[in-house]
Design a binder for this molecule. Sequence first.
Ligand SMILES: Cc1cc2nc3c(=O)[nH]c(=O)nc-3n(C[C@H](O)[C@H](O)[C@H](O)COP(=O)(O)OP(=O)(O)OC[C@H]3O[C@@H](n4cnc5c(N)ncnc54)[C@H](O)[C@@H]3O)c2cc1C
Length: 286
Amino acid sequence: MEDVVIIGGGPAGLSAALYTLRGGKGTTVIGKDGGALWKAREVENYFGASRQPSGRELVETGRSQVKALGGVFLEEEVTALEWTDRFTVTTTARTLEARAVILATGASRATLPIPGLKELEGHGVSYCAVCDAFFYRGKTVAVLGAGPYARHEADALLPVAASVTLLANGQPLAARFPGKVTVEPRPVARVLGEEKVTGVELKDGTVLPCDGLFVALGSAGGVELARKLGLPVEGGKITVDAAMATMIPGLFAAGDCVSSIQQASVAVGQGAIAGLSALNYLRTLG
Ligand SMILES: Cc1cc2nc3c(=O)[nH]c(=O)nc-3n(C[C@H](O)[C@H](O)[C@H](O)COP(=O)(O)OP(=O)(O)OC[C@H]3O[C@@H](n4cnc5c(N)ncnc54)[C@H](O)[C@@H]3O)c2cc1C
């Protein structure tokens, strides 16, 4: 049986693993892909970085640190998590048993099958205004969405961008938007640009030039595993206490699946707390 299984190989999961491994506990990290930070072309706001590393560099370095400490990294998808007197983690390739589990699955960012949207992620298509607004100072940006999350992103962009257009994409508005935001109700056909976003084409053929497109279709958390265990989920986030503990003994959660502030620094900090809490929990088991 594993001491600790961490579901999620992004900043939160990898940071948690550094603490459990250094505390002497066998740790397996499972990540189906590089997570959100992997997509960041450059990270400007991470403490101590002397230049602007890409998100991928940060994640790969974190993985190397975990492996150097003897941690196991599995690139597999977790399909089930069960809890009896122990945890059973099922992946697409195996079943693992663990004394403690840390959920660090990130936020599942809602998206739409609009041509160009996925292709231009990190090249003008962003999912985080607080991260990327600064890159668009004095530029023309659009926000794709119609609800409170889109309003939140528009509010973050208004003080820096030259103009903010809300692309409601045929949806009724589910939030009030400031007068400075131009609301475009027509459906979107595709995002334009080769190397970076240059605009958006609407279904009636109209082209709206823009330098950046912020997707804010809602921030559904990666919380399905927790839900299946009957854990409380509020606003798409797993409920935890200050020690990042859920209501199930030995189950902790950290990062974007917990926090409404979706930042690498926050995920790393919460991962550290979750890792230390898992160590404390394992000590109580003897
Ligand atoms: C384009 C972009 C740019 C960004 N830029 C910045 C920035 O400049 N500065 C900053 O601080 N933040 C930035 N962020 C936000 C930052 O990336 C996130 O806050 C951070 O990555 C959250 O870390 P996390 O570990 O909680 O989740 P993630 O990094 O999303 O990692 C989640 C992990 O869980 C795994 N996972 C999920 N479900 C399963 C499953 N069922 N089975 C197996 N594995 C699973 C994923 O594969 C992944 O490994 C950016 C985000 C994006 C998308």
